[in-house]
Design a protein. Structure first.
Length: 330
């Protein structure tokens, strides 16, 4: 196989909390009219699997490539499963996201019949002055207290409200109750899953009311999957400066994924060697990317999936890119 970076289809979600920030602030083209809440940059979620757009693998789904070429895609030291393990998104929280949670691995297997849950991280690309996020419950909140607050839709009574600033990142373990917005633009990396339990009385897809019996059932499931312990904090990341003005910022790292942000001027290109699959998303102006025999343009708010077999990528500056990847130990 003559491996090169993979351009993928990106499912778009037009949930009611979205706006036009991905198009207007990030400059993303080709989006539908109306609110756009999420673009799924790399996805192997059932029903929303990305498909390769061009090259020798054109028309193949990410799931098919995982089945046929797991080592070349993921790397020799990553334990493959049936799905590509990472899901990445641009998310526009022009309005508040619903208060919700995703099960952790143990709970997903026990209650959802899924092989794993969904831990995620948010990197804040832009935030309005005074923007906040709800992340985790306050110390001392028990199941009954949380249930009463959810019935009253009084989330601030039991949840931690934290200030949000551009450039910061927060790691959100599965089982953590959370929300962000309004006025918040996020790049998200997470385990490949779409399991979630919502606390809201309206649906995020279209704002329609949730029938009373269904809503109470949702709350019961959420309480069963809630984990009171995690109280994540926003972090600024750690900068590693390289020759030629290249800066590598380590944003977060955990057992499921890591996320970095790299910037480069015009003095020297960004050069990054790797041994596992890399998701390269452009947060800045259009750049020229070279990996293996392939050279091409990556527009703003667009993404390439770099198979492990490529081993290295070069990005010509000025550049501002996000790189998410699968840890070797997965």
């Amino acid at each position: 196989m003559d491996w090169h970076p993979l351009r993928l289809t990106t499912p778009v979600k037009q949930h009611v909390f979205g706006g036009r920030a991905i198009a207007e602030r990030l400059g993303r083209t080709g989006l539908p009219d109306g609110p756009v809440a999420e673009t799924w940059e790399v996805s192997d979620v059932d029903g929303d699997a990305s498909t390769v757009l061009d090259g020798p693998l054109a028309g193949r789904t990410l799931r098919q490539i995982m089945a046929d070429h797991p080592e070349e895609l993921l790397g020799p030291h990553v334990r493959p499963g049936p799905r590509f393990p990472l899901l990445t998104k641009f998310i526009d929280g022009s309005r508040p996201l619903p208060v919700h949670l995703h099960a952790d691995d143990t709970t997903a297997r026990r209650l959802e019949g899924e092989p794993h849950g969904k831990t995620e991280a948010w990197h804040i690309l832009d935030a309005a002055p005074g923007a906040t996020a709800l992340i985790g419950t306050r110390p001392g909140v028990d199941r009954d207290t949380l249930h009463r607050a959810l019935l009253a839709q009084d989330f601030d009574a039991v949840m931690r409200r934290l200030p949000v600033r551009a450039g910061q990142t927060v790691y959100v373990p599965g089982g953590t109750l959370h929300s962000f917005g309004p006025g918040t633009l996020v790049y998200e990396i997470e385990q490949t899953s779409d399991i979630q339990q919502h606390a809201m009385r309206t649906r995020m897809e279209d704002g329609s009311p949730v029938p009373e019996p269904e809503w109470h059932e949702n709350l019961a499931r959420l309480l069963d999957e809630w984990r009171p312990g995690p109280r994540p904090e926003f972090q600024s990341g750690v900068d590693i400066r390289r020759d030629g003005g290249v800066v590598r910022t380590l944003l977060c790292s955990g057992p499921y994924f890591a996320l970095e942000r790299w910037t480069a001027g015009t003095t020297a290109p960004l050069v990054h060697a790797f041994s596992t699959a890399q998701i390269l998303s452009n947060a800045g102006a259009p750049v020229t990317v070279t990996s293996g025999p392939w050279t091409g343009r990556l527009d703003r708010a667009r993404t390439l999936l770099l198979p492990a077999a490529l081993g290295e990528v070069r990005v010509q500056g000025p550049a501002d890119v996000l790189i998410g990847y699968v840890p070797d130990a997965l």
